[in-house]
Design a protein around this ligand. Sequence first.
Ligand code: NAP
Length: 535
Amino acid sequence: MTNNKVIDAVVVGAGFAGMYTLYRMLGAGFSARVFEAGDNVGGTWYWNRYPGARCDVESMEYSYSFDEDLQQKWNWSERYATQPELLKYANHVADNFKLRPHISFNTRVVSAHYDESSATWLVTTDQGEEIRTRFCIMATGCLSSVNQPDFEGIANFKGNTYHTGQWPHEGVDFTGRRVGIIGTGSSSIQSIPLIAEQAKELTVFQRTANFSVPAHNQDLDDNYVEEVKGDYGAFREENRQMHGGFGARRPKHEDSIWDADDETIQNRLEERWALGGLGFTGAFADLGLSVEANNIAAEFIREKIRGMVDDPEVAELLCPNGIVGCKRLCVDTNYYATYNRDNVSLVDVSEHPVDRLTDKGIVTNNTEYEFDDIIFATGFDAMTGTLLKIDIRGKDGLTLQEKWEAGPRTYLGLSTYGFPNLFTISGPGSPSVLSNMILTIEQHVNWIMDCLGYMRDGQVASIEANLDAEDAWVNQGNEFANMTLMPMCNSWYLGANVPGKPRVFMPFVGGIPLYFETCDKVAANNYEGFTLNTG
Ligand code: NAP
């Protein structure tokens, strides 16, 4: 079905980014269609329904700020919102702002081809629809393509298989079942304690031990909520001044670990442990910059693990060797203590990988483990996976796959040379996954909307990142990343978790204040680094 009308924008995805884009587009008088693969809104919180799924950024911070009424009236129940509560919130936003009529659900965008002569994109969907649009806005999320390892014999397994990132909507009852779970990242660390309570036996296959700190989740304190809501605008602004866009009202430390004596170091790390959450790595300014400083924090966590896990051999296996915060720090509730249960066991697959699946279970190191259910908690083809699955072709038929063959290249994480009028929200090269995502989504959408308004006022037909601006941005991003310890491990930030993926550090590590300031300057200087054509 082809529609000859040219609309202003196609937005891909109806998660928090797609919904806010749609809201702003409609408010500014632009025509927009949103396409969403799922049958409802919510993005990451629509797909990741595994037991224990909850956000690791606090709920008063991980929420939209664009509407005062919304932020005043919505009541979060816990310090960290659960997946069901976040999904309820997403649905509330869709209903409250009457977004649904503009969203096509159960519809996947399969291609987007740019036509230079008309400065428009032709977008096609798996429902056979063709839409011509001036702008393509990719609100596809950073963790939306699952990483499913291609284990030999996977089709032979007679039991049920699940991926944490594509969890059945009706839930899964593991009561009385023998369950195997592969992977020990955030998804696994959140779900293991709850699955262990249900399953007859739970066997965890660990390739790399991860650092995890306690969430200390709790019901939200009414006084705290009242204080924040008393001036929510100020609270949001304070968080915008934070490196990651969150944590403004918690204790901050900017001193070096080398200026502190042993007692101060121990007390500080204990204080952070007691506080719970991602702020642990903020105990001293140099934990993310110096291996020696980081190792003090790493050893502190290892000692905590040894204190929580009864069996010393299991405890040692659970102790990570690497750098705290190099892979995304995990935030848990009762993860380590779960290994003290009689029905939970740990299998180290670091030296002898998962060899194959059989009809009965998993084989590693010549041993077959039998299961009723196998869970793949094996993560995502992060940041670029979903974008590269769409057949995106820019000027001269250049595909995004070709352009990003050696890793993603963008200007500000918002745009890529050769692909005019295409914007990526939370794209590679932006703070994205290293930030409070909703805050940076709002900033990206606001920037794009200002840009679209500027183009409308000036009758500009197309905007395209310049190659030199893009190169400079990529180089600067790499320089920032190399100043930190973050490129030193096999993380998904680097694409190292997906076989064959180019090893490039993808998110911008320079922090929110610098990033926002740079974007503002680019806009204030008439979109410096971009070419605007009145065509
Ligand atoms: P992940 O962090 O990438 O973890 C995947 C796990 O699977 C790793 O332990 C990995 O081992 C293992 N794995 C992958 N392939 C394997 C193979 N072939 N054999 C054995 N093990 C294999 O994925 P995730 O846990 O889904 O988390 C991804 C991100 O989503 C998080 O970092 C976070 O940003 C986000 N997330 C957030 C929350 C939250 O807000 N609380 C919750 C869940 C997820 P290796 O380490 O050896 O590669």
